[in-house]
Design a protein around this ligand. Structure first.
Ligand SMILES: [Zn+2]
Length: 284
């Protein structure tokens, strides 16, 4: 089963909180202020067996960084974010430049201008490329139109681009907040030149298996799946998630059978989740 499967890393939240990150702080600011901690988390994921780690730059567009007074430092944050991950990347493994939503909605839901989004994504993508990323992961997108703008910007660097969309489960199936369905999203992104397409966040592994099956029927490029670990529960001061590493260990074969060729974890997953997925991929 392990043949040709690529393993992505997991979430950041818990690891950075353990290192003292407070509510309201961002991993993007830590790239500048706490670079050793960012590099240490990347290294934990590589040590756990991830083939690809994502830079800590999910919110590093000028449009988002402006909320923290960091817009002027956008290029520096992305370049350094890439360099921190590349600095701990073993031979034969990869760093994906992470690009997320600008948080601005396009019409009719909002008043974002396509040109402003394209400029923001282009600046981010070129700074990540300059920092040495091997590919891009555009993730947690809830509007396929915004994902397509980011895809075009990232592709203009010449590097491969993976794109994952976040779907919620509704009575009539899986939809983004903007009403996009998995099959149609996969086709539009594949047609626009994505090297791989898939889904991340919002859903737990069981539901995500259904989304993967739907996307798999629609396109021939590799499918990516990075599920959440479910809701957190705090007991005696220790946070745990509904789907711990053992659930990922049990269900990863189903995710792969459903058609995922690139797997990993999203919110609530840890290096232990990655380690267990590595084990399953290598031995199953
Ligand atoms: Zn997530």
């Amino acid at each position: 089963m392990g043949e040709g499967i690529l393993l992505f890393d997991g979430a950041w939240g818990t690891m950075l909180m353990e290192r003292g990150m407070k509510a309201g702080e961002t991993s993007e600011a830590w790239i500048l202020d706490r670079p050793a901690d960012i590099a240490a988390v990347h290294k934990m994921y590589f040590d756990a067996g991830a083939d690809i780690v994502s830079t800590a730059t999910l919110g590093a567009t000028t449009l988002k960084l402006a909320h923290y007074g960091l817009a002027e430092r956008t290029a520096e944050i992305n370049r350094q974010g890439a360099e921190l991950a590349k600095g701990v990347c073993p031979p034969g493994r990869f760093v994906a430049g992470d690009i997320g939503s600008t948080g601005k909605l396009l019409a009719p839901a909002g008043d974002a201008d396509e040109k402003a989004l394209a400029e923001a994504f282009t600046l981010q993508a070129f700074a990540l490329a300059e920092g040495g990323v091997d590919l891009f992961i555009i993730e947690t997108m809830i509007d396929v139109r915004e994902a397509l703008i980011a895809l075009e910007a990232a592709r203009s660097t010449g590097l491969p681009v993976f794109v994952t969309i976040s779907f919620a489960k509704k009575p009539r199936g899986y939809f983004t907040i903007m009403g996009d369905r998995p099959e149609d999203s996969a086709v539009r992104l594949a047609d626009a030149g994505a090297a791989a397409v898939g889904t991340n966040c919002y859903l737990r592994i069981g539901d995500m298996i259904e989304v993967v099956e739907q996307m798999k029927r629609a396109v021939t490029i590799p499918i990516i799946a990075q599920p959440n670990a479910g809701n957190p529960a705090v007991e005696r001061g220790v946070t745990s998630f509904a789907d711990g590493p053992e659930v990922f260990s049990e269900r990863t074969p189903d995710l792969i059978r459903a058609g995922a060729r690139i797997v990993g974890g999203c919110c609530g997953t840890t290096p232990e989740t990655t380690r267990r997925m590595r084990e399953v991929i290598d031995t199953h």
